[in-house]
Design a protein around this ligand. Structure first.
Ligand SMILES: Nc1ncnc2c1ncn2[C@@H]1O[C@H](COP(=O)(O)OP(=O)(O)OP(=O)(O)O)[C@@H](O)[C@H]1O
Length: 227
């Protein structure tokens, strides 16, 4: 169980996110949605250690972790790629493994690149990849080593049809193994399809949490935000 307790990161002027409380159970995808500027990226970045929460706690399976998830427990797909442009796809994957202290040999890295449809450009530098290729590689990196938690900021952005299918399959396998996922999307039907519950963020605060196992993300969104 991932528990995010009273976390807050506010910028000067008061924008940002928090205090926010969230829980994600094993095998669950918790969706996060809100208008532009609602605080999704601030929340995800701080949770994954890009920035730090100014207050609050993160707990994983009962362990108190301080104000962020440790790198080895968390795969992160940021909204915009942070892969180093000069690395090849294979090197980027190896770098991700090193940063997360994963003990993976070359065969495991190759398999990951294959599985996420990155084999055809494994020796191409990131700066020469298309948007969709970069997204595929980012997703391959996020799921590397099957972390306890994956945090996915707009994962479908830029993916082609095959990329979407590969992503869906990988997410389903990951959840079947007890993984926990936090995922933002501006596409409400995607949240209905992939999430158990969805949190609606408004001005950095949780305005509502809805069960979307039988759909309903759009209805809930309109109730909270209107047209
Ligand atoms: N570094 C920063 N300094 C000051 N304010 C910031 C900073 N980063 C973000 N903000 C502000 O904090 C608020 C939340 O931004 P954030 O990027 O988290 O929203 P978001 O929900 O991810 O938006 P989008 O859907 O457009 O990606 C916005 O009002 C934004 O202008």
């Amino acid at each position: 169980m991932l528990e995010i307790i009273d976390v807050q990161r506010r910028y000067r002027g008061g924008r940002g996110t928090g205090p926010v409380n969230l829980r994600v159970a094993p095998g669950e995808v918790l969706g996060v949605v809100g208008p532009n500027g609602a605080g999704k990226t601030t929340l995800f970045d701080a949770l994954c250690g890009v920035n730090e929460f100014q207050s609050g706690t993160v707990r994983l399976d009962g362990r108190q972790l301080g104000r962020r998830l440790p790198a080895e427990a968390c795969g992160f797909l940021p909204e915009h790629s942070r892969l180093f442009p000069q690395l090849t796809a294979r090197q980027a994957c190896r770098f991700e493994a090193a940063m997360r202290r994963l003990d993976l040999d070359d065969t495991a890295l190759e398999e990951q690149l294959d599985r996420f449809g990155c084999a055809g450009f494994r020796d191409t530098e990131v700066r020469h990849l298309s948007q969709g290729m970069t997204r595929r590689l980012g997703i391959a990196c996020a799921f590397l080593g099957t972390p306890q938690v994956v945090v996915l900021d707009e994962p479908l952005n830029g993916l082609d049809v095959e990329g979407v299918l590969v992503f869906r399959r990988a997410l389903a396998d990951y959840l079947a193994g007890g993984g926990m996922a936090l995922m933002s999307s501006h596409i409400l039907s995607v949240l209905d399809e992939l999430c158990e519950r969805v949190v609606l963020l408004k001005d950095g605060l949780v305005a509502a949490t809805v069960d979307v196992r039988n759909g309903g993300a759009e209805r809930a969104y309109l109730e909270v935000f209107g047209q």
